[in-house]
Design a protein around this ligand. Structure first.
Ligand code: SF4
Length: 405
């Protein structure tokens, strides 16, 4: 098919097949890709509204046994730089989030063998008891699989227990590229194969949870493999209709074992645009300004994105790999309005909550990202001693007196 024929197909709401998507992704001029993606975005969101959410990205532990080679965030078991946040620290972060108008934590962390499923259940219950209306968007599929392995429970059983404790929705992290050849090269095949990642999402959707889907590109995959990833997500969305949104970002190479260089801004915009065209059954695509910066983030709104993601209060993972962009609500709203759209606050279900909160009441400006912990804070939360450790180093640590904090 020619570009004209492919464009006509998209404009008439036709569904791209893999060879058609590949032709566009490989050869279509970037302005044409953007134009088509923008038309699809406008068809799905005809009122010119661009949404965002106020929530906080909290990484409860950086200790991880998975050791993905693209990750600069994790620390091995026993590392002096490893941490687990205490319940009180997490409550403080929730208090700060609420003060900024937020109502949700995005809670993800490493695969820490010394945190049993009871720790997660107790944390979720404690949060819900203290903040009954606060939402927990928590534990990506590989973390659920990790819990299933350490607790010897099936994935549906783990989800059932977490939901009973207060889990509200599941973030789409850990998808990287859903092609096992790539996953093996990135050393993330054992944490979750492509089928296993999709299967956790299928079970979560069956259990009534909504989830998001992600793609981290720019490591060792081919452009065809990026498209395979998108087509696998589209197939699961056809089956379950459980994904609320798709988010893609580029690999951040600094301080990683894999190394290499970062994908360009044009690559990002083309990838976002082709995702909008392939994922015709996804309502929402987020702009990834956290990895691309505010300016490319704003341009994303002309390449298929209809959402600016989260007001960033705290970030640890991408920052560890060299990217550190900060936008509070005032900045996000300025970027949306300058691009010609109407900004609206939303929740995880993409229900509109209202206009910018800073126009309704005074909220503190956030001009710098918080971190999980202050540098040099190696305190061990007291409640950890209530849970059995598996690793030798954690057993020693938890039996020691006087190191709690
Ligand atoms: S990406 Fe996640 S699972 Fe992989 S090493 Fe980093 S923290 Fe662990």
């Amino acid at each position: 098919m020619t570009f004209d024929q492919l464009s006509a197909k998209v404009r008439h709401g036709g569904r791209l097949d893999p060879p058609e998507a590949l032709e566009l992704y490989l050869h279509a001029p970037t302005p044409l890709l953007g134009e088509l993606a923008d038309e699809v975005r406008a068809r799905k969101h005809p009122h010119g509204v661009v949404t965002y959410i106020i929530d906080r990205n909290v990484n409860y532990t950086n200790v991880c046994v998975a050791r993905c080679n693209f990750c600069a965030f994790y620390r091995p078991v026993g590392s002096a730089e490893g941490y687990v946040l205490g319940f009180e620290e997490i409550f403080r972060k929730i208090d700060e989030t609420i003060a900024l108008g937020g109502g949700q934590l995005l809670l993800q962390g490493g695969h820490n063998p010394d945190l049993p499923i009871d720790w997660y259940e107790d944390l979720f219950r404690a949060v819900k008891q203290k903040y009954p209306r606060f939402k927990l968007h928590a534990l990506s599929p590989p973390e659920v699989i990790h819990l299933s392995r350490t607790s010897r429970l099936s994935v549906p059983q783990v989800l059932e227990r977490l939901i009973a404790a207060g889990l509200d929705s599941v973030p789409g992290g850990g998808a990287e590229i859903l092609v096992d050849r790539v996953r093996k090269l990135l050393n993330c095949y054992t944490k979750a194969s492509a089928d296993e990642w999709l299967d956790v999402m299928r079970h979560a959707h069956r259990a009534g949870l909504r989830t998001t889907a992600t793609m981290m590109y720019g490591t060792v995959e081919t452009l065809e493999e990026r498209l395979q990833h998108l087509f696998r997500l589209r197939a699961l969305q056809d089956e379950m209709y459980g994904f609320t949104a798709f988010i893609t970002w580029s690999y951040q190479p600094e301080h990683t074992e894999l190394g290499g260089s970062e994908a360009t801004g044009i690559d990002y915009l083309r990838t976002l645009a082709i995702a909008r065209l392939v994922l015709d059954n996804f309502d929402n695509l987020q702009a990834s300004w956290v990895t691309q910066g505010g300016k490319v983030g704003q341009l994303s709104l002309a390449f298929g994105a209809n959402d600016m993601g989260s007001v960033m209060i705290e970030e640890n993972v991408v920052r560890a790999a060299g990217a550190s962009y900060c936008m509070d609500e005032v900045e996000i709203v300025r970027n949306i309005e300058d691009a010609g759209f109407v900004p609206k606050r939303r929740n995880m279900h993409y229900e509109i909550l209202g206009d910018p909160i800073f126009r309704e009441r005074e909220v503190p400006r956030m001009l710098q990202l918080s971190t999980a912990r202050e540098a040099g804070d190696h305190s061990v939360p007291g409640e950890l001693r209530l849970y059995p450790a598996r690793s030798r180093s954690a057993k020693i640590e938890r039996s020691r007196d006087g190191r709690t904090g």
